[in-house]
Ligand binder design. Structure first.
Ligand code: GTP
Length: 355
């Protein structure tokens, strides 16, 4: 089976991490985020993937070439971003599938443990134009929701509302009949969520909802990115692309963790990164050459390349951009983001969302 992988977004919610690296290439549990998706897609029977690129397009081919994790790869780039639907239509010119073949479409920022083969089986048995993976969430008011009838057919594709009619939401993985892609207008900016799906449903085309609430995470925000990395390291979601066994921590070659340091909770320590004695790092992502000094505490945070945390400083739920420096004695909490290269002098900040 062939797939299209949507990877052209700017990843604005993940800034400053996405200033230099597109979201799908961010190092996650010791590999580029996409490596986990490619390996999982291969395990689910996908043989060829067309990347729909736009933002920093050249970095994808440089990272993966023409074959990776058992999958043959091709690249189609947009001069101007065409949105999710326009990107699918544009990338379809590189597909080799026949008109009735199923083609898988994947958002490039989703970690999902659902059964893709079962989704494709439902699609084929129903003779559907499109079959969406739907997942159930506790609070559907934060998402658009997707009701289905008792045959599994999608009855509406609804915008976000305070009173959702179902807790089923679009999980960002679709099976399209190859010919259904051609209903998307060519060379136009189109949103598959806001335009293509509502139009297909309104036209009476068979659109099915495959409901499975396996592990599912949209890594679009810093909190979710940290959680995704942690879940892969801990083995909550198994990934054939992880360079090591699941456990409390993943320490990459060339990293240095002092004997007296506490590093756990699914933390990744990147190449050349250093954690000094007496430091505590829990559930966090330390990218290459990051540094945590003696007595510092880092929890649920991301330290980008070369970022440094000084003696006794405390970080909780914080993102440090490339080369950012937090001087000794600072306390940073509650979603604070420090832009690349910024240096906070000693004890300059004592910030908590609660105070
Ligand atoms: P935010 O800016 O933080 O919302 O992230 P994003 O740019 O990734 O947008 P969003 O999460 O809505 O995108 C869902 C998926 O579609 C992601 O995998 C994006 O990379 C991809 N995507 C979004 N817009 C485009 C586009 O115009 N072209 C292509 N090729 N992919 C896109």
């Amino acid at each position: 089976m062939e797939a299209i992988l949507l990877v052209g977004g700017q990843g604005t919610r993940l800034r400053p991490l996405t200033i230099s690296t597109p979201k799908p290439l961010l190092p996650t549990a010791g590999a580029a985020f996409l490596a986990h998706q490619l390996a999982r897609a291969h395990a689910e029977g996908v043989e060829r993937i067309v990347f729909a690129t736009s933002y920093r397009a050249e970095m994808f081919e440089a990272a993966f070439g023409t074959r990776a994790h058992g999958v043959e790869l091709a690249y189609v780039s947009e001069d101007e971003p065409l949105g999710t639907g326009g990107a699918i239509r544009n990338a379809a010119r590189a597909l080799t599938s026949g008109p009735d073949d199923p083609v898988l479409i994947l958002n490039g920022d989703i970690l999902s443990g659902h059964d893709v083969r079962a989704q494709v089986k439902m699609h084929e048995e129903a003779g559907a134009a499109v079959t969406l993976h739907l997942t159930e969430v506790d609070d559907p008011s934060r998402f658009g929701c997707v009701p289905t009838d008792d045959q599994g057919r999608v009855t509406a594709f609804l915008e976000k509302t305070p009173h959702p009619v179902t807790n089923q939401i679009n999980a960002g993985c679709y099976v399209f009949r190859r010919s259904a892609v051609d209903t998307i207008p060519e060379d136009e900016v189109v949103s598959v969520e806001r335009e293509t799906f509502p139009a297909l449903i309104a036209s009476g085309a068979p659109v099915m909802g495959y409901v499975e609430s396996a592990y599912w995470l949209d890594v679009g925000t810093p909190e979710a990115f940290v959680r995704g990395s942690r879940d892969l390291v801990l083995g909550t979601l198994a990934s054939p692309a992880m360079p090591g066994e699941p456990g409390e921590r993943l320490v990459l070659p060339g990293a240095s963790v002092a004997a007296g340091a506490v590093v756990r909770g699914g933390t990744t320590v990147g190449r050349g990164a250093v954690v000094e004695p007496g430091a505590t790092v829990i559930g966090s992502v330390l990218l290459d050459d990051a540094f945590v000094a003696e007595g510092a505490t880092v929890r649920d945070s991301v330290l980008s390349r070369g970022a440094r945390v000084g003696h006794g400083a405390v970080l909780e739920g914080v993102v440090l951009g490339d080369g950012a420096v937090v001087g000794p004695g600072n306390e940073l909490r509650g979603g604070l983001r420090v832009w690349p290269g910024i240096e906070l002098p000693p004890t300059a900040v004592r910030f908590s969302a609660d105070t």
